[in-house]
Design a protein. Structure first.
Length: 200
């Protein structure tokens, strides 16, 4: 093999390695789904002394569930919020005798806490941002209905930077639907990042 041929092969190998490294370093930037809670309670250290959980616990982030907070980003740089699913009331009852789901349907109410963490105020409708997803992957959008689970968010909702609001979003779903997760996306569902909380 000539020196010139060996040189060309070596250059090709180096170029291929550089391209592979660059591709590995780049991750997906659009339509991301956040399922990991922003923070979880630290496990108590053995022996009563200070310490942290073993490093192995951090390898696979836990899927967010009811009670967890997810930090979400909007389409604008200053639009960020910490969103928590506080509770989920399945088969919620209407707040009065006139509020009832349609035949063959049931109400599911999710109570969220939204904290505006960016430099801009949160100004949006949480009802447009929230969805429920069943085990078949079907999405259900919110309905405007007061239930016994708690007051609904006002429409629109405004939260000053650093402040938070607590409110409910109600969904009318088929009576036999097996719900899998709750989802929340800033900017009325148009932001690129969606927070998801496992319900089952």
């Amino acid at each position: 093999m000539s020196v010139r041929l060996r040189t060309r092969r070596s250059a090709a190998v180096l170029l291929g390695a550089a391209l592979l490294a660059a591709a590995t370093a780049c991750g997906p930037t659009d339509n991301s789904v956040a399922t990991s809670p922003k923070s979880t309670a630290a496990a108590p250290a053995a022996g009563g002394g200070g310490g942290s959980a073993p490093a192995a616990d951090a390898k696979a982030p836990a899927v967010a569930k009811t009670g967890d907070t997810i930090a979400l980003k909007g389409t604008e740089k200053g639009n960020t919020a910490d969103v928590t699913v506080v509770k989920v009331v399945d088969n919620a009852k209407g707040a009065d005798e006139y509020t009832r789901p349609a035949a063959g349907k049931r109400y599911v109410t999710v109570q969220f806490r939204i904290k505006a963490t960016g430099t801009a105020a949160y100004s949006d409708s949480p009802h447009n941002s929230a969805k429920l997803v069943d085990s078949q992957g079907q999405n259900f959008e919110a309905t405007i209905a007061e239930t016994d689970a708690g007051p609904e968010f006002p429409v629109p909702l405004a939260i000053a930077p650093g402040d938070s609001a607590l409110g409910c979003v109600t969904f009318e779903v088929p009576a036999d639907a097996k719900l899998d997760k709750a989802q929340f996306t800033l900017d009325s569902g148009f932001a690129q990042q969606a927070g998801q909380w496992k319900l089952s």
